[in-house]
Ligand binder design. Structure first.
Ligand SMILES: NC(=O)c1ccc[n+]([C@@H]2O[C@H](COP(=O)([O-])OP(=O)(O)OC[C@H]3O[C@@H](n4cnc5c(N)ncnc54)[C@H](OP(=O)(O)O)[C@@H]3O)[C@@H](O)[C@H]2O)c1
Length: 187
């Protein structure tokens, strides 16, 4: 015969497992690591910037950038922030700077690249949007790269470091006369 103690334990256990239980048992969810994705537009000679701005105007690329990043945080270097007309709407705008203590309203400040994932804990995806200094430091942490490969060389002063050896092209998401959008994933 079952002792009253073991009977109580059995009843409690069946309550925890019951689909009708008002307080179902949930194992503690581990905090999910966000997927870190770099979004880059690069010319065929690896140029990504000129005089603090983009060297080209590619509306189709900007449209894709918006579509891919909307609803997710974007992370940028202080110089890239200064190249923008203002906060990009519909996304958390996170800026990395060693020296800044305050930013315009709508921008969030981090002082160290290593703090990005902790700062954005709980996010599903994080988009690293440049520029070259931030790509150089963050690409080793990226799971994925969305690269708009611009077919022509451009004059410029800012170059993308090599990253291709650590990644493989998974798919081409867009192709037109000016550029193709490649999705790279880490090997
Ligand atoms: N084609 C593209 O996909 C693309 C994307 C983005 C930008 N761009 C272009 O790239 C150029 C800007 O790139 P950039 O390399 O000159 O500048 P950047 O990477 O945008 O910003 C550099 C700044 O970020 C901060 N920073 C860098 N590493 C840091 C670290 N480890 N910890 C804390 N802060 C750090 C520093 O800010 P403080 O000096 O304030 O300390 C540094 O001066 C522009 O021409 C822009 O238009 C191109």
């Amino acid at each position: 015969m079952t002792s009253s103690w073991s009977g109580t334990i059995l009843i409690q256990a069946s309550r925890l497992l019951s689909p009708f239980n008002a307080f179902p048992f949930h194992p503690i969810d581990p905090v999910k690591k966000p997927r870190i994705i770099a979004v880059i537009a690069m010319a065929s000679n690896r140029v990504i910037g000129k005089d603090g701005d983009l060297p080209w105007r590619l509306p189709a690329d900007l449209k894709l950038f918006k579509k891919n990043t909307l609803g997710h945080p974007i992370v940028m270097g202080r110089k890239t922030m200064e190249s923008l007309p203002g906060v990009l709407p519909g996304r958390r705008n996170v800026v990395i700077s060693r020296t800044a203590t305050e930013l315009d309203e709508g921008f969030e400040l981090i002082n160290d690249c290593n703090d990005v994932t902790e700062f954005l804990e709980g996010e599903e995806k994080i988009f690293i949007i440049g520029g070259a200094q931030i790509f150089a430091e963050m690409l080793p942490l990226c799971d994925e790269v969305l690269l708009s490969y611009v077919y022509h060389p451009y004059e410029g002063d800012t170059y993308l470091p090599e990253f291709e050896d650590d990644f493989t092209v998974e798919e081409i998401l867009h192709k037109d006369d000016d550029f193709e959008l490649r999705r790279y994933v880490r090997r």
